[in-house]
Design a protein around this ligand. Structure first.
Ligand code: SF4
Ligand code: SF4
Length: 452
């Protein structure tokens, strides 16, 4: 695993044909700065992935950028291709890097293809220039915010340990000033998971977010690594830090508890289903409704996975963003075209293992159709009868999927009859709202069907 050099650029080859079993499309998160970030969020175990590339400058070379964009477009047999950037913090590459990325996409896209550019960012670097660029090129921005100031600043701190709320809000103001599309990405951890309505209403009413994604923080550790892991994953002068890998059946003190996760989702759902359907899109609810209709739109809640890969700054391709570790390295796209790596036996086995390793407890579970055992990275506890491989969040998933079942059945039925999911709000308008959910319903109501 070495960084790109000029001679290696020439080893890239054009795609002459699709390998058998190549997927029609796949998702890829590219990390142009590797795990390098200007912040020091305490739960961010990705920071430790810098240890995979000792001595690296952690900057994707321009030649590799072109190879990546070209191969990504060549590999997709769909009309829309997503070029997705993540980190670390991708804005550290500077604006010119992304201008070139857009130019390469225009150069290589096929006549019938459109390109969706996305970036996941902590938002602290977004000034007028960035926001104008995002708007001009229709970027969809995922902005990390953990809730109101006190919750956000608990763990989302800079290198000096100071909260970053003000810088993030400044970045958001710029996004809003230029009317850039954005999603809120909120991690759930011990600082905010007991405050579901405060978090949800902050996003809805103060940030005016329409798309919200909640990501449970689960930092695994072993008995040996737990004390160090509890201190965080950034480099500390004279201090140890372990390379984070998916191992161990303990979790850090910041990690969300399973039932806490379920209660959080249930409380928000109760407010959402009475007043926000069709206006606010919470990824978990959207995906669940899809599953109630037999449509799988998110790997975590699908029977198999393996179509969401991660690309490091030097061209190394990994099975998944959550498995950027040596055992899950597929190869380097400068040496092997990415479609060959995506269609490889190793990657197909990775995706199929999600199903093949499902414990009997899950196979017999009433809400298996909605859950499918969750993400393999979180399957590190034992079932009640002692089988390994149950999802750490199982108790929370059960709480949530059972709670939403009658509502999901109603919405799925409406959609099957060609109606709109938001009609459910009339059905449940007479029911007591969740405690404190007494605010006026906003008008006018949109009539969007859920995105799947
Ligand atoms: S390991 Fe988890 S996040 Fe990665 S592709 Fe599979 S289900 Fe998705
Ligand atoms: S809710 Fe629990 S038992 Fe049921 S499929 Fe999900 S992880 Fe398995």
């Amino acid at each position: 695993m070495s960084d790109i050099n000029d001679s290696s650029v020439n080893r890239s080859h054009a795609l002459s044909g699709f390998p058998t079993d190549a997927p029609t499309a796949f998702h890829l998160l590219a990390k142009p700065t590797g795990a390098t970030c200007n912040l020091d969020c305490k739960y961010c175990f990705f920071l430790s992935k810098e240890m995979l590339y000792p001595g690296s400058r952690f900057r994707m070379a321009d030649a590799l950028l072109e190879i990546y964009v070209k191969q990504m477009i060549e590999s997709q047999r769909t009309e829309e291709v997503t070029i997705a950037w993540q980190g670390g913090e991708p804005t550290l590459m500077g604006l010119d890097f992304f201008k070139r990325s857009v130019e390469y996409a225009e150069k290589y896209k096929k006549p019938n293809q459109s390109i969706l550019h996305t970036m996941q960012t902590n938002g602290t670097k977004i000034d007028d220039d960035w926001a104008a660029f995002f708007k001009k090129n229709n970027f969809l921005i995922g902005l990390s915010v953990d809730g109101p100031r006190v919750m956000h600043d608990t763990y989302r701190v800079n290198k000096g340990g100071m909260g970053t709320f003000d810088q993030v809000m400044h970045g958001l103001e710029n996004l809003r000033k230029y009317n850039v599309d954005f999603n809120i990405l909120c991690t759930l951890n011990t600082a905010n998971a007991d405050f579901p309505l405060e978090v949800y209403r902050f996003f809805r009413d103060e940030l005016h977010a329409e798309y919200i994604q909640f990501i449970p923080i689960i930092e695994r550790a072993t008995f040996e690594t737990l004390p160090i892991a509890n201190q965080g994953w950034s480099e500390r002068p004279g201090g140890d830090r372990p390379l984070y890998i998916q191992a161990g059946d303990l979790v850090t003190e910041r990690s969300v508890k399973p039932e806490q996760y379920g209660r959080f989702l249930n409380t928000i759902f109760d407010e959402w289903v009475r007043r926000d359907v069709g206006k606010i899109f919470v990824q978990m609810f959207d995906v669940a409704l899809g599953n109630w209709m037999g449509i799988h739109s998110l790997c975590i809640f699908s029977p198999t996975c393996g179509a969401a890969l991660a690309l490091e700054h030097n061209g190394d391709l990994y099975s998944c963003d959550h498995f950027v570790e040596p055992a899950f390295l597929l190869g380097n796209i400068q040496e092997t075209h990415m479609i060959d790596l995506v269609a490889s036996d190793q990657q197909r086995k990775f995706g199929k293992d999600k199903l093949d390793t499902l414990p009997r407890y899950c196979r017999e579970c009433e809400v298996r159709f909605a859950c499918h055992g969750g993400c393999p990275k979180d399957r590190f506890i034992h079932t009640p009868d002692g089988e390994a491989g149950l999802n750490y969040l199982c108790a929370g998933y059960k709480l949530f999927f059972h709670h939403i079942d009658p509502y999901m059945r109603t919405m799925a039925d409406l959609l099957r009859r060609g109606r709109y999911a938001d009609e459910i709000m009339e059905t449940f308008a007479g029911e007591a709202p969740a405690a404190g959910a007494e605010k006026e319903v906003r008008t006018p109501r949109s009539r969007h069907k859920p995105r799947h």
